[in-house]
Design a protein around this ligand. Structure first.
Ligand code: PMP
Length: 439
């Protein structure tokens, strides 16, 4: 194994444990990534030492925790290139960030008869909050569809003996339909997935934003997966909102970020009321704190949020040219191997999310959702678990998307910076074994 990869793996204690008596192969990174030692050390230090409520007290310990909390906000600001810290709101996760916008933005800017566009590849957290808002206002949800056409894996360039037995669902957004959805002027916000947690395809978000802005419609990006795999510059993208979770990018659970443009956030009413989000309070009327605290009612998860500093520093380390080169090479090998091996060596497989440019494309992340014909996805995952593999199975919190493929469950293997081609090879051997046990 390459020295850089070896060093990276050594930073993650969780990777060296055994499950069911065999070494763990962790391939559920799209659900939650493991944490490097720097993050674990920060969490230990804050829980054991720098544990005092932020913003509120006139004593040294509270100053220290506030410094770590606000330092993490500054790190997030730099990482996504937000203009100022006021644009960076800490939440409890992507879900909370989207709920905040769906509730507060829609209350302020939508009326009965208006519409909201969401992308058909959305996670439930980019569907249900908008449905809740739409129902309460009398607004309508419109769907930007995806290409559900299915082709033989040979047509996508898979090479191997049983290639013709496997099928691939394209999964790309039908971006040309967006103008049609916006043209009657009723749409007040577009909420798009940056990278789907089922398909692993990088959506053309720049185009979505350009087209939507031409109709004066702001855009929210669900960046739960996007923040991990793409370099996100919110000013270059010109997105109006960007939502992500810390636990998918090497940080603590229960923490997320909402980036928003100042001029829109200023207009939006607070989402929750309570301590820390106020200016002055009387029994009759309250004025609100400046951004970002206006949207951070109550004691925040200051320890979890502080983990974003070391977590994003690790993510930045992965972008250093020498490291990036090694990781990109490994990722390409993993993608090529997994696609060909699933389609041809395992065979009789249906793969979801390939895209017009195929698996080698930069627009496909190393995430593989599939079914083996005749095998229940849950049964496969259970057998894999016995062999030490952690993968996700089920609806992936994307029931409508799976419905559009005519399935109610998939197996998903999602790779992170610390996964290797050797693990991919072991995974394919394990899938073959599971298949032979089930069929
Ligand atoms: N959107 C996408 C694309 C996701 O992958 C996830 C997590 N699976 C979410 C939203 C929700 O993230 P969280 O549960 O951290 O709020």
């Amino acid at each position: 194994m390459n020295r850089i990869l070896e060093n990276i793996r050594a930073l993650f204690p969780a990777l060296s444990q055994k499950m069911n008596g065999v070494p763990l192969v962790y391939l559920d990174n799209a659900a939650t990534s493991q944490k490097p030692v720097e993050v674990l050390e920060l969490l230990k230090k804050m829980n054991g030492e720098v544990n005092a409520n932020v913003h509120r007290a006139m004593y040294e310990l509270s100053d220290r925790s506030t410094e770590l909390y606000e330092g993490a906000r500054e790190k997030v600001r730099q990482f996504i290139n937000a203009p100022e810290r006021g644009n960076v709101i800490f939440t409890s996760g992507t879900t909370a960030s989207i709920n905040l916008v769906a509730s507060s933005f829609c209350r302020r800017f939508l009326k009965a008869g208006d519409a909201i566009v969401i992308t058909a590849d959305s996670h439930h957290s980019n569907i249900v909050p908008w449905q809740l808002a739409a129902e309460s206002i009398g607004a309508e949800i419109r769907l930007l569809p995806i290409n559900t056409s299915k082709l033989s894996s040979c047509d996508y360039g898979a090479k191997g003996a049983n290639c013709g037995t496997s099928q691939c669902v394209n999964g790309e957004l039908l971006i040309d339909k967006l103008e049609e959805l916006l043209s009657d002027g009723k749409v007040k916000i577009v909420a798009a997935t940056h990278i789907s947690n089922v398909l692993g395809l990088v959506n053309p978000v720049e185009r979505i934003i350009k087209i939507s802005h031409a109709y004066n419609v702001p855009v929210l990006l669900d960046g739960a997966q996007g923040i991990v795999h793409e370099k996100v510059d919110v000013q270059a993208l010109d997105c109006d909102f960007y939502a992500f979770s810390a636990h998918k990018i090497y940080g603590e659970t229960g923490v997320g970020v909402l980036y928003g443009k100042r001029e829109i956030l200023e207009e939006m009413p607070p989402y929750m009321g309570g301590g820390d989000m106020v200016g002055t309070v009387t029994y009759k009327k309250t004025t609100y704190a400046e951004l970002p605290l206006k949207f951070e009612a109550g004691t925040p998860n200051f320890i979890g949020a502080s983990s974003l500093k070391p977590a994003l520093e690790y993510a930045e380390y992965l972008r250093e040219p020498e490291v990036r080169k090694v990781l990109k090479e490994e990722e390409s090998k993993i993608k090529r191997y997994m696609f060909n091996a699933l389609a041809c060596e395992v065979g009789d497989v249906e793969i979801y999310g390939v895209g017009d440019d195929g698996f080698e494309s930069e627009k496909k992340i190393p995430l593989f959702s599939f079914n083996v014909k005749g095998c229940n996805a849950g049964d496969i995952a259970q057998l894999l678990d016995k062999m030490g593999f952690a993968v996700r199975t089920g609806m992936m919190c994307a029931e409508p998307l799976l419905d559009s493929f005519g399935v109610n469950s998939v197996v998903r293997a999602s790779f992170a910076s610390y996964n290797t081609v050797e693990e991919a090879e072991k995974f394919i051997a394990a899938i073959n074994r599971a298949k032979s046990m089930l069929l």
